[in-house]
Ligand binder design. Sequence first.
Ligand SMILES: [Zn+2]
Length: 504
Amino acid sequence: MVSCVLSGGIRGIECFLVRVEADISEGMPVFELVGYLGSEVREARERVKTALKNSKRQLPLKHLTVNLAPADIRKSGTGYDMPMAAAILHAMGEIPQGSTDDTLFAGELMLSGEFAAINGILPIALEAKRNGIKRLIVPSGNAPEASVVDGLSVYGIKDLTELVSFLNGETVIEPEKEPPVFFAEDSGADLKYVNGQKLVKRGIEIAAAGMHNVLMVGPPGAGKSMLAKCIPGILPLLTKEECLEVSSIYSVAGALNNRRIVSRRPFMAPHHTVTETGMTGGGAGMRPGCISLAHRGVLFLDEMPEFSRNALESLRQPLEDGRITITRYRGSLSYPSDFMLVGAMNPCPCGAYPDLSRCSCTRNEIKRYAERLSRPLLDRIDICINVERLEYREMFNKSENESSAEVRKRVCAAHSLQQERFRDMPGVYFNSQMSPGDIKRFCALNEEEEQFLCKMAEGLGISARTYHKVLRVARTIADLSGLADITMDCLTESLFFNRMYGSQ
Ligand SMILES: [Zn+2]
């Protein structure tokens, strides 16, 4: 007889339903496994056979066929072990008719018969819910994560023996049901603990308000990393949908680390030795990389010129599209990677420039250092902030600093204005995404401002691209003040934050 149970496979961060069928018939005692399978899935045969034996459920000496449908999608990973075992046990008559209906199974089997947690259980649970499936059976280690999805009964099962007795109704297991905590308020780093640095704080507020990419230039020890860490906390809190989307990426990457859900905006700070694959994702498991783990949050590159050229250039597509497509010999996959890029660098290799009494770098060394950031990459960075070392009296200033929550209120207000502005424009949400055409439409200047900007552009010799950056950032500055028109003050401030390092 043929028995069939449901499972789910992962492609990118999406899940597709898989039907696992098992058939036992007379004939040579072989175990056939078919259905366009990756190597880990083919190895499931040995795991399932041995695990059944070690759970005192010997396979019958008959012809056993297991098929994973649909046959046109390649299946990978170890999550099909549990549904295969369930389908075989069902075909063997070890578990009763109907006990696997309306249920999705996913989990890895160890040779002992115990189940092991797998990556990507959250997208599987979300897909189960979308398909109206009521029950999810997973390894105990996966149950807390899967139970984040409401409307599903999630059962965490220890081993094969427990699975059989549970499906036979001999063991009662309570579904996992602790509600998840969405909307984490505190963001770890808070601006209220950062003294001084008024201009930098203003710069990152503007950046957050228009989702502009930022480059911070300053000597070591000026607090660039600390300020960067504060940026996720001044961005709006993640919505529930965003939490589930970001958590799905972490789930697939196996990066949840005992958290059930990611409820704060991500902050990823890869070391400058990160490889291109580490940055974009891919490799043997086609796992998401740093830029996808930074999705909806901040990707912070400290010592930016020290990163490899390939790692830096790989950022260009995702900065443009908010997604990364990884192509390998096994095919291609796409992961979301919509992040705010925050770069930091020293003003010169030794870090002391422009303090000529301490800087020993030659002009050429400084030039070469700056040129490690390519023009196309710099073109995607709208705001440049000079970060200076604090003076001692500022460091010990006792006056109250504004908290991240206060700044966030203004950032949220600016975001709402932009949502209203771009409501008819699919794919555009923030000022930083405006094309030259959009800039013409939404950043029209009055005569006096127009003349001023022309004069400045001529005087500073700025390119058309920089001109557009100035307008985009000026639009955000106007939004932060709730102004309909871009005023002279907005332009002046925008020009101040556009003195791109090494651009003149
Ligand atoms: Zn130097």
